[in-house]
Design a protein around this ligand. Sequence first.
Ligand code: SF4
Length: 215
Amino acid sequence: MPPGKRPGPVPFILEVLACAYSSARVVLRYRTPFELLVATVLAAQCTDDRVNQVTPALFVRFPGPEAFAAASLPEIEEAVRPTGFYRNKAGALKGIGSALVARHGGNVPESMEELTALPGVGRKTASVILGACFGVDALPVDTHVGRVSFRLGLTRSKDPARIEEDLVEAVPNGRWDFATQLGWHGRQVCVARQPRCGVCGLSRVCPRNGVTRSA
Ligand code: SF4
């Protein structure tokens, strides 16, 4: 490090988050990569809790890609309606089911390229699957990760792709754990409205300490 230059806040942030959320896991409940893929699609514009209420019955009715591929759109729409945007989500799930059967033998592929080629699957969803199911050091940027990163000054952008680039640059490895821990911090402490700065372990390095309301 050049003389006179102080270490940045990233090592401190990593240490505090790792300590506070050492057992952090994906909030969505799933048993297989396919179930996590479905749950992550349903979690768009919906809370994880609501998705967790819907998926147990959904996975009984549609146990795999073949069932989604064979079902009618109205059937799937009815089953996912409580998660909102149900027409788009039902179309994506039917398309994913069909694509998995046609191109991947009914299995969830293990590469970013193949995952993001599935209907309705973006980089964030693909990163969740890669990190949680296949041990890839991925860095999915959801609304919580994006908000906390912005407040901490780890990024100046609110665009998920740019935030991911900034975080990848700041964190050379352990990115999956870091993203999961940032997400939990965003749910429990650095919440969207009225962040709990008074009890936040990162307050001394956070440029938004005490001043953030909704940014
Ligand atoms: S100090 Fe406040 S704004 Fe900064 S990370 Fe903590 S809770 Fe969020």
